[in-house]
Design a protein around this ligand. Structure first.
Ligand SMILES: *[C@@H]1O[C@H](CO)[C@@H](O)[C@H](O)[C@H]1NC(C)=O
Ligand SMILES: *[C@@H]1O[C@H](CO)[C@@H](O)[C@H](O)[C@H]1NC(C)=O
Length: 366
């Protein structure tokens, strides 16, 4: 909307709006989520894949105390963002409940196991790769158009907040999966990271073409510090060196790419979140955040509870509030709350070019 938008025209358009037969999009802005298991709200429950979180103790601290497909003991990052937006959680795109008015809340297209590359996560069989997630977003828009008209649907998408979380699996479930992988033979770590950035950029441009105008982009966390990597790749109990090097190369390249993209588009469409820095804070000083440990998963087995996956037979900690990691790869709800709070109020060190509070304030003025 232009800056010459006057109060008079606002008043007139308000009257116009009230006279319209089609109900305007009301309430909180819509929210769309793309990416991997860090943000999957349950799509994989509907797929024949081994990448799933549909058995106890997943969901043990969720309001229903039952597994939902979220890779968390309770809420995940998208849930907590929805709460801050004053909205209910987005439904998985594959959920049969996602119809009618529910569509106006937004949708979650994320699928555990996927990455930037199509060959990431092939061991999980049927997962929704990012190109398919974007196709579903187009299909979603057609369904919303049929509901509220094309113009309102477009507006809903343009005004929405979008979250995309990719990259971790391209390292953990591809490049580093085995001592020798096709990608390792093809690329050194620097060149592989650069290749990922080239492909991530195409994905973000496609989101822009599909109408997204506020997109929060997260890279990987500190990959070498998750209990899984501590258990299997660390030599001295410290964060595993090679995956840490991957995060240290990939994330700054991502921020640079996003800055370039915004410059090219002439607007702050894409916002980068420094997940490494956010998580390093509680990993290096767990007690400072009320955790007893950031090295041991709550649910798992073997050293650090970091071997394999969390199952009904795994060790389970009694109090999830004092653990930073829920399973060998994913943060607890409590750690997710710290991350989301930084997304909203973090300084430039964490959020480029600005935090979500500033964005919400800016967007509420248009
Ligand atoms: C991944 O697959 C999709 C659909 O087949 C294709 O459009 C896309 O270019 C592929 N991406 C890469 C990086 O090869
Ligand atoms: C958000 O970012 C701005 C700019 O860095 C900062 O001044 C502000 O304190 C941050 N937090 C909130 C709640 O806006």
């Amino acid at each position: 909307m232009s800056s010459s938008f006057s109060f008079a025209s606002f008043a007139i358009s308000l009257i116009g709006l009230m006279a319209m037969v089609v109900p305007p999009v009301e309430g909180a802005r819509a929210f769309f989520v793309f990416g991997d298991s860090l943000v999957d709200n349950g799509n994989n429950n509907y797929l024949a894949t081994t990448a799933r979180a549909d058995s106890p103790p997943y969901g043990i601290d969720y309001p229903t105390h039952r597994p939902t497909g979220r890779f968390s003991n309770g809420y995940n990052i998208p849930d907590l963002i929805s709460q801050k937006l004053g909205a209910e959680s987005t439904l998985p795109y594959l959920s049969p409940e996602l119809t009618g008015e529910k569509l106006l809340v937004g949708a979650n297209f994320a699928s555990a196991g996927i990455g930037i590359l199509n060959d990431t996560g092939i061991q999980f069989a049927n997962i929704i790769r990012i190109s398919q997630q974007l196709e579903f977003f187009g299909e979603y828009q057609q369904r919303v158009s049929a509901l509220i008209g094309e113009e309102q649907a477009q507006k809903l998408v343009n005004k929405a907040l979008v979250l995309i979380t990719l990259g971790g699996n391209d390292f953990v479930n591809n490049y580093f999966l085995l001592p020798i992988t096709a990608r390792r033979l093809q690329y050194n770590l620097e060149d592989f990271s650069r290749y990922l950035i080239v492909e991530y950029r195409k994905i973000l441009m496609r989101l822009y073409e599909l109408g997204a105008r506020r997109v929060l982009v997260t890279g990987s966390g500190p990959l070498g510090c998750v209990p899984s990597q501590l258990a299997t790749r660390s030599t001295n109990g410290q964060c595993a060196e090679e995956p840490q090097r991957a995060s240290a190369i990939f994330n700054p390249l991502l921020v640079e790419m996003i800055k370039g993209l915004d410059q090219e588009l002439g607007s702050d469409i894409f916002v980068a979140a420094n997940a490494v820095q956010m998580q390093n804070n509680f990993i290096s000083n767990p007690q400072g955040f009320g955790f007893v440990t950031a090295k041991m998963a709550c649910c798992g087995q073997g050293p650090n509870n970091g071997v394999g996956v969390c199952t009904p037979e795994s060790n389970l900690c009694p109090n999830r509030e004092v653990y930073a990691f829920w399973d060998p790869f994913h943060p607890t709800e409590r750690a997710n709350k710290i991350i989301v709070s930084t997304l909203f109020t973090g300084s430039e060190e964490y959020m480029t070019p600005m935090n979500l509070s500033t964005i919400m304030a800016l967007d509420s003025m248009t």
